[in-house]
Design a protein around this ligand. Structure first.
Ligand code: HBI
Ligand code: FE
Length: 298
């Protein structure tokens, strides 16, 4: 899903990818009154399709916030959500036409501002979408901004972005975003739950990531994630699993410069690769257990 370059794919959808009217920082006005009845109907359909599944497969922080946001009935109005989000974690949603350049994206995150695309996919794209639309960004990303620890992590990610641009390390940093913010898993009470937006905004990938036996599920390790390449056009072959968001925040506070140097010197890892140090999660009788890849070597 997503991570396409700056493509403002043209379509007849009035709001889709219109970069002509955006400000210096790529923000635009959402103008909620412009959504059509068919947009609200499609939003309700997308929401209803995911709600039952995420109630079972998403982490507690996601579900708690989604319920509070009460966004089932219509395309969400950023201004309404911003009142609660600001009070909860000091974050603010800003409307954008779609992908924005890395340096702009990082600058928004540094200021606790999350860029949210404001057009909604066409009915024909209900299952697969190349660029992020408002359902991906809002339903997928916004709930976790209500979690104080995750919200702090995302701001540090923005700070690290500025440094990565200076060091030419953005591809390695982007892997951290991809495997955590977009495709992250977390173990809660012995069960594997999803928190990544790329997973939770996709019906099929929510099921695949949390229940299918085929992908690897590897314990989160910052250097391992930053070494691992990813695919943007299919389900992930590997997911990384947190035990809690505090571990992710602590990792993001480390000095990344020695990590970048070590990773540059090593071979990047293909998405499906395993190394002896990996601690793999596998489903035990009830709970998911963690063991060294070397012990599970076939
Ligand atoms: N722009 N609107 C938007 N949304 C994203 O998720 C996004 C982006 N620009 C760059 C980007 N993500 C990735 O390169 C991140 O790794 C920074
Ligand atoms: Fe996203």
């Amino acid at each position: 899903m997503i991570a396409s370059p700056l493509s403002s794919a043209k379509s007849d959808h009035a709001l889709r990818g219109d970069y002509s009217a955006c400000a210096e920082d790529f923000t635009i006005d959402q103008d909620w009154s412009r959504y059509r009845q068919e947009d609200h109907a499609l939003w309700r359909k997308l929401y209803a399709r995911q709600a039952g599944l995420v109630a079972r497969q998403a982490c507690a922080a996601f579900n708690g916030a989604l319920t509070k946001m009460a966004i089932a009935d219509a395309v969400p109005d950023l201004a309404r959500i911003n009142r609660d989000l600001g009070a909860a974690t000091g974050w603010r949603l800003v409307a954008v036409p779609g992908f924005v350049p890395d340096e702009v994206f990082f600058a928004h995150l540094e200021r606790r501002q999350f860029p949210v695309t404001i057009w909604l996919r066409d009915a024909a794209e209900i299952d697969y979408l190349v660029e992020p639309d408002i359902f991906h960004d809002f339903f997928g990303h916004v709930p976790l901004l209500f979690d104080p620890v995750f919200a702090d992590y995302l701001q540090v990610y923005g700070l690290k972005g500025r440094e990565a641009l200076r060091l030419g390390a953005t591809p390695m940093l982007a892997r951290l975003y991809w495997y955590m913010v977009e495709f992250g898993l977390i173990r809660e009470q012995g069960a594997i739950k999803a928190f990544g937006a790329g997973i939770l905004s996709s019906h099929a990938e929510t099921l695949f990531a949390t229940t299918d036996p085929s992908p690897h599920r590897i314990a989160f390790d910052l250097e391992r994630v930053m070494r691992t390449q990813y695919r943007i056009d299919d389900f992930q072959e590997v997911y990384f699993v947190l035990e809690n968001f505090a571990d992710l925040f602590a990792a993001s506070e480390r000095d990344f410069r020695p990590l970048y140097a070590a990773i540059e010197a090593a071979e990047p890892l293909a998405p499906g690769a395993l190394i002896a140090e990996d601690r793999l999660y596998h489903r035990g009788t009830g709970a998911w257990k963690k063991s060294r890849a070397s012990r599970l070597a076939n």
